[in-house]
Design a protein around this ligand. Structure first.
Ligand code: FNR
Length: 180
């Protein structure tokens, strides 16, 4: 099963990227997680959407041919980062590669609320795009600096257990949405 991961942070030491790398390793027997290079996408411009740069077409094709999408988002000013929104805007147009695509959301922050507000916002955006976001299963990882070690490995067992459950639910959701 091929899962494309979109990390909503473009910084080198991103905790959300570390989380996805952790998930890629932990669930490698179940799913193949590939991180999408959305940093290669130009700024979305409607003038270009019918004849975009080749890189846009290539990245959209990876999304289109995936079985599902995993989004790991930080919260920026109570919403999602523009970096992530830019990718989603490209994916929402012309061939609409996120329409009917199963999506799982996770988010981590050193803050208290675990990216709740960003994820509420993200679910609304994904609904507009016609994606099949996994209902419930809200992975809000707060105080993340206390939950990962120096190597970037998640070490907080309750969080790991919940992630295991949600990943299983997502795999089942991918199968279920084929009937929709
Ligand atoms: C933040 N941060 C943040 N955290 C949060 O919980 N709620 C918020 O609204 C914001 N707002 C915000 C705005 C901007 C511009 C920045 C740069 C940061 C803190 C944020 O959670 C923290 O920097 C994370 O480490 C970002 O995720 P990555 O890059 O580590 O994946």
């Amino acid at each position: 099963m091929k899962i494309v991961a979109i990390v909503g942070s473009n910084r080198k030491q991103s905790i959300n990227k570390k989380l996805v790398v952790f998930m890629k390793e932990r669930y490698q027997e179940k799913v193949d997680i590939e991180i999408l290079p959305i940093e290669d996408l130009p700024m979305y411009n409607q003038d270009d959407e019918l004849s975009p740069l080749q890189v846009v077409t290539e990245i959209k094709k990876i999304v289109a041919t995936s079985d599902g999408v995993l989004i790991a988002t930080p919260e920026y000013n109570h919403s999602i980062p523009a970096f992530l929104k830019n990718a989603l805007d490209w994916f929402s147009r012309v061939d609409k590669v996120m329409a009917k695509k199963p999506v799982m959301i996770v988010g981590a922050t050193p803050g208290v609320l675990g990216t709740v507000r960003a994820q509420v916002n993200l679910r609304q955006i994904l609904a507009a795009m016609g994606a099949y976001t996994l209902p419930g299963n809200e992975v809000f990882i707060n105080a993340v600096n206390e939950k990962i070690d120096e190597a970037g490995q998640l070490k907080h067992e309750p969080t790991i257990g919940f992630l295991d459950t949600v990943m299983n639910n997502f795999i089942n959701w991918i199968e279920k949405t084929k009937q929709f």
